[in-house]
Design a protein around this ligand. Structure first.
Ligand code: PRT
Ligand code: ZN
Length: 222
């Protein structure tokens, strides 16, 4: 069998919205993996390609530092990582067409909206502080960013923030929390990322045909 160094390692979300569609896509390009259960590492059954199953937040860093060669992650998570200081972020290789959502500003009842200036001086809860900071800067609005790792939508009710900047897909969560979507900060979908410096020859030889089959699958899906 091939030495360890000649295997490609792909980081995928272990458990979350992108887990099942990521695995389905890798299956569709012809990769087979044994059921991983609770395991972090999952060896490929029919190709020298292994999975590392992790929190989505860890994926850009793993690919950036070479712990993994490729990764599947939300463009929103990639963008937050890339906007941080320090390491060179992974390259965006392909948009994958699933995990679509938008990062949106939403207000509770009683707050009026007449444009971004309506947010001046407010506290805005988000788990995407760098996206929000860039959007506020671009709109020349000074507001306070309250960074939360989850449950952003309940921050106004808890008195921790006046407004939110959260991911939205159907809009049901905002509606259930009596929040009104007023502006889009960014749109997102799952993306394939790779090391910014590219792959070494052995791994590039494994990744090449894989990307070709991926393009065929994505083309068919339209
Ligand atoms: O445990 P781990 O850290 O890996 O997972 P996570 O909880 O951080 O991420 P997860 O699984 O919730 O989301 C992973 C990725 O899915 C995100 O980075 C987005 O790229 C993408 N995605 C697509 C979404 C949504 N749609 C989405 N609706 N991520 C989160 N949501 C949440 C949103 O935050 C809100 O709580 O769903 C709720 C809103 O959904 P609707 O349908 O009610 O509007
Ligand atoms: Zn996460």
């Amino acid at each position: 069998s091939a030495p360890e160094g000649d295997r490609l390692r792909i980081a995928v979300q272990k458990s979350g919205r992108l887990s099942a569609p990521s695995l389905e896509l890798l299956t569709a390009v012809g990769l087979g993996f044994a059921p991983a259960g609770d395991r972090l590492f999952c060896a490929g059954e029919n190709a020298p390609v292994d999975l590392l199953r992790v929190r989505d937040d860890d994926i850009p860093g793993l690919v950036a530092d070479g712990g993994c060669d490729l990764g599947i992650v939300g463009a929103d998570v990639l963008g937050e990582f890339a906007a941080g200081a320090g390491v060179r972020p992974p390259s965006l290789l392909r948009e994958l067409g699933f995990g679509r959502c938008r990062l949106a500003i939403a207000l509770p009842q009683g707050l009026n909206w007449s444009g971004p200036a309506s947010l001046a001086g407010l506290r805005i809860a988000t788990s995407h502080p760098r996206h929000l900071a860039a959007w506020l800067r671009a709109n020349a609005v000074a507001a306070e960013i309250v960074t939360l790792s989850g449950a952003v939508e309940i921050a106004p009710r808890l008195g921790r923030a006046d407004a939110v900047c959260d991911l939205v897909s159907s809009g049901a969560t905002l509606a259930a929390n009596a929040l009104r979507e007023v502006a889009t900060v960014a749109t997102s979908q799952a993306v394939l990322v790779g090391r910014a410096g590219g792959l070494d020859a052995a791994r590039a030889a494994i990744a090449g045909p894989l990307l070709q089959r991926l393009d065929a699958v994505l083309g068919v899906r339209g």
